[in-house]
Design a protein around this ligand. Sequence first.
Ligand code: ADP
Length: 175
Amino acid sequence: MPRILLARGDITVQRVDAIVNAANSSLMGGGGVDGAIHRAGGPEILKECRLLRAERYPDGLPTGEAVATSAGRLPARWVIHTVGPVYSRSTDRSGLLARCHTSSLGVADALGARTVAFPAISTGVYGYPLDEAATVAVRATLGAETRVEEVRFVLFDERAHSAFERALRAALDSK
Ligand code: ADP
C-alpha cells in the first residue's frame, strides 16, 4: 500500500519519478493540467503521444486506461497519461475514475517508478464533484497492489486540497 501525501501547487514542478496527466482520449493535449504539462515539458511529450496514437491507440486512449511517455523538460522522468470519466449525474462512473488510479500505478510499476504525483483527475473540465472524486482517488490508491511507495496528490487550490484531506482522513479512520 503506497503512502499518500497531499500537496498544494503545480504538478509540473514536482520532483518525483512520474507525474500523472489528466489527459483526454486524443492524447493531443488540451486545457487544464494537460495543457500545463505539455507547455512545461515541451514538444517531446506531444511527439511521443502522436506515435502512441499512430501505433497503439488509433481510436484514442480509452477512459480508465493509462500509458507513459518521457517527461521532456520536466523534473520527473515520465508522464503517465490517463483519461478520467466525464461526470454524469445519471450514471455512476466512479469505477472508471478508480481505474485511472490503478492503471496509472500499474504503468508506474512497469516503469519501476517509486514516487508518483497525481492531479485531481476529472475535477476540472470533466465536472466531477471534488469530494466524490477525492474519495474515489484515495480509496483506489490505498487499495492498489503496487510497488509504488509514495503517491503525492498535487492539488491546485485550497478547495481541492481540503477535499482530499477529508477523504484521506475518512479512509484512514475506517481502516
Ligand atoms: P479533467 O479534464 O480531468 O477534469 P482538468 O485539467 O480540467 O482535467 O482538471 C483536473 C484538475 O487539475 C483540476 O482540479 C484543476 O484545478 C487541476 N489543475 C489544473 N492545472 C494544474 C496544475 N498545473 N497542477 C496541478 N493541478 C492542476
